[in-house]
Ligand binder design. Structure first.
Ligand SMILES: Nc1c(NC[C@H](O)[C@H](O)[C@H](O)CO)[nH]c(=O)[nH]c1=O
Ligand SMILES: CC(=O)[C@@H](O)COP(=O)(O)O
Length: 139
């Protein structure tokens, strides 16, 4: 049984609750356990994952968040750098699923966060578990 850490950036609480529901359901359906920690925003997710990995307590990680474009270039920074940070950690051997939505508006986020629709939270959890299986296969 694996222990999965979910790191959520609760910038949009109601959307995050949907992502969390999907991710937790996927992890439990696969017979694994999970814990959740919360950070202010998507930019903090990679750092939180790195800190958590140093503990050696977790087998896999899921990053959840919602980044919605505003008026400035900051969207590109938050969306791009959170993704880049997770990718860097994955290339360093962590089993990670990226459930950080990067969207133009709340309507797009809702469809993707909803477990009954695109279920991106569940998708990210399944990706993390798939990477964990590969990690275990490759030893
Ligand atoms: N605009 C969004 C943010 N911005 C906050 C950053 O993620 C970060 O917390 C801040 O820059 C302090 O370091 N975060 C989201 O998750 N979603 C957004 O739409
Ligand atoms: C993704 C963001 O950082 C964005 O929500 C911030 O909005 P703004 O660009 O209008 O400051």
């Amino acid at each position: 049984m694996a222990k999965v850490l979910i790191v959520e950036a609760r910038f949009y609480a109601q959307l995050n609750d949907m992502l969390l529901k999907g991710a937790r359901a996927a992890i439990e359906a696969a017979g694994h356990t999970h814990e959740t920690v919360t950070v202010p925003g998507a930019l903090e997710i990679p750092g939180a994952l790195a800190l958590a990995d140093q503990s050696g307590l977790y087998d896999a990680f899921v990053g959840l968040g919602v980044v919605i474009r505003g008026e400035t270039y900051h969207f590109e920074i938050v969306a791009g750098e959170s993704a880049r940070g997770l990718m860097a950690l994955a290339m360093d051997g962590l089993a990670i699923g990226n459930g950080i939505l990067t969207v133009e508006n709340e309507a797009q986020a809702l469809v993707r966060a909803d477990p009954a629709q695109k279920d991106k939270g569940g998708e990210a959890a399944k990706a993390a578990l798939a990477m964990l299986a590969l990690k275990e296969r490759f030893g």
